[in-house]
Ligand binder design. Structure first.
Ligand code: HEM
Length: 518
């Protein structure tokens, strides 16, 4: 028995020694240092298996304060960028560190397009005239400040305002309520009168699809691991095919029309246009819903913040005429600093997106770190959002005043590094939907708190836990859905919405000049 154990221990020691040798031989000294190498390749696998996606930000960051480090896995490397200084540098290497190859891979897996379309998507992935770059350009144009974005904003806010009209109290599950209204407001604005989300089959298939994105993306034994989401996806694809066949896109927003023309010019068949757009719908609605939930939760659960938001909305953004009140969304966006500060703090505390890129060619960043071709590179937003050196000692608290402009005039403004705010990502893949999403989130919360007292059924607000971070989400997902009572505040008042100024960008990223003064 003793000799058996001794042999086993000797075998394990030899294996660990060999793995260390292999690691040393294959890791270039100029590469970022590798971490979690007690047993090379295996200890990191065990930790990822144990902690899931929270490994990338929580564990890897806590273990290592390195500006950038390497995770060695059996077949590939992952570089994780921690340093705020390195982020803009890495983001400038668009030719060599790119999202395009990942986009190509993802479209084949989770949209399940035909081989023909897969080939079209794969064409020139790194070229400005390639498919991936082309869709991105079209999307950015129609979602940037201008006429197209104005009409999307007006339509979605109008739908929200209609949906939140009520003169009687109601009990709702808060997440379910927000999910439904945000989904309908967004999709009505985007898809127009033949919106596929008017179909109850689409509404009921959506959660299975959205909750199953990770298994669809991973594509390991999909018949077993992704059966439900794949079935839900087919229901959605059928509805989208009907939408295009009936000419729904001809009455839709320029965003949909231009994307449709782009696909047609590239020779994508109708079935696959439907598949691509079902995939794109995730970006349209899946992050706006939890963002709205968390902002409304924080505003309603803090009496001081609630009163401050109501007061500034009433003073700065609401016109009253007899029994009619009009909420001016341009003023909500530009003249309600407390609500806007709470909005950004919500993104700082709950924004958990992990930007993922592939290294397309060997490259050296910041004149010192060698990144090897074929590796992946991650920029976890949570690492930035929890930097004590940037956000201060109260980094772990929700401080709704954190982003208030400095009105104290006590000398020159101290500015925090705005790169550390990554609620909408940054660089070449900065979220093009940020102006639209921000307008919608603020509109929902403003209308909800002006029209209702929102009280938790349990008697007190309890912060929902959101332990699970998932591959497919940019925001904390809730583990349970709190029940609340909506009590109308002014029964006889008629509410309207308007935009007194159009073409207004939202300053929600470093690229927009976000204000993060202290
Ligand atoms: C609160 C809501 C939203 C959040 C938190 C959010 C967050 C993000 C983030 C973090 C990225 C960057 C991903 C990366 O760098 O890898 C991104 C990209 C993107 N988002 Fe959003 N987003 C939201 C709403 C929207 C909406 C409403 C749309 C469309 C109308 C949209 C469309 C996109 C697209 C198309 C990209 C990819 C951009 C590219 O590759 O060029 N997003 N989003």
């Amino acid at each position: 028995m003793i000799s058996y154990i001794a042999t086993l221990l000797a075998g394990i020691t030899a294996l660990v020694f060999l793995l260390h040798m292999f690691l040393r031989l294959t890791q270039d000294a100029r590469e970022p240092p590798s971490v979690d190498t007690e047993v090379p390749f295996l200890s990191v696998l065990a930790r990822i298996g144990w902690r899931g996606l929270s490994y990338w930000d929580k564990h890897a960051y806590v273990r290592s304060q390195l500006p950038i480090f390497t995770i060695r896995l059996p077949y590939f490397r992952i570089y994780v960028v921690n340093s705020t200084k390195l982020i803009p540098i890495v983001q400038r290497h668009v030719e060599t560190i790119s999202f395009s190859p990942i986009m190509v891979e993802m479209s084949a897996r989770f949209m399940a397009v035909s081989n023909k379309t897969s080939d079209i998507i794969r064409r020139d992935p790194m070229d400005d005239h390639g498919f991936v770059a082309g869709v991105s350009q079209t999307t950015h144009v129609d979602l940037s400040p201008g006429q197209s974005l104005d009409s999307l904003n007006e339509e979605s806010v109008r739908t929200l305002s209609g949906a939140l009209e009520s003169s009687a109290s109601a009990v709702v599950n808060m997440r379910e309520w927000i999910d439904k209204e945000i989904t309908m407001a967004t999709t009505e604005a985007i898809y127009g009168p033949l919106n596929p989300f008017r179909d109850p089959a689409v509404i009921s298939a959506w959660p299975d699809y959205e909750n199953g994105l990770a298994p669809l993306l991973l594509n390991v034994l999909p018949a077993i691991t992704a059966r439900r989401p794949a079935k839900a996806r087919e229901t959605l694809v059928r509805a989208y095919k009907r939408y295009y066949a009936q000419g729904g896109h001809l009455q839709a927003s320029p965003f949909i029309q231009h994307r449709y023309e782009f696909y047609l010019q590239r020779g994508v068949p109708l079935e696959d246009i439907a598949r691509i757009e079902v995939g794109a719908a995730v970006g349209l609605i899946s992050n706006t819903k939890p963002a709205t939930f968390w902002l409304l939760y924080h505003v309603c659960s803090d009496e001081l913040l609630l009163n401050a938001c109501r007061q500034e909305l009433m003073s700065n953004a609401v016109h009253t005429r007899k029994h009619t009140r009009t909420l001016d969304m341009t003023r909500v966006k530009g003249s309600c600093p407390v609500l806007f500060s709470a909005f950004k703090e919500t993104f700082r505390c709950h924004g958990v997106g992990i930007a993922i890129r592939q290294v397309v060619e060997d490259d050296v960043v910041d004149n010192r770190y060698l990144l090897k071709r074929g590796s992946y590179l991650l920029i976890p937003a949570q690492v930035q959002h929890r930097q004590r050196s940037i956000w201060g000692e109260n980094v772990d608290e929700f401080d709704h005043n954190r982003f208030l402009p400095d009105e104290s005039n006590r000398g020159p403004k101290r500015r925090r590094n705005p790169v550390a705010f990554r609620g909408f990502g940054g660089g070449a893949t900065l979220c093009p939907g940020r102006h639209f999403a921000a307008t919608e989130v603020l509109a929902f919360v403003a209308l909800a708190i002006l029209r209702f007292d929102i009280r938790p059924r349990s008697g007190r607000w309890v912060m929902p836990s959101a332990a699970n971070i998932r591959l497919d989400t940019m925001f904390h997902r809730l583990d349970h859905d709190p029940a609340v009572t909506l009590i109308p505040r002014e029964g006889s008042t008629e509410w309207r919405v308007m935009f007194s100024g159009l073409d207004e960008p939202m300053r929600v990223s470093v690229e927009d000049g976000i204000d993060v003064a202290e």
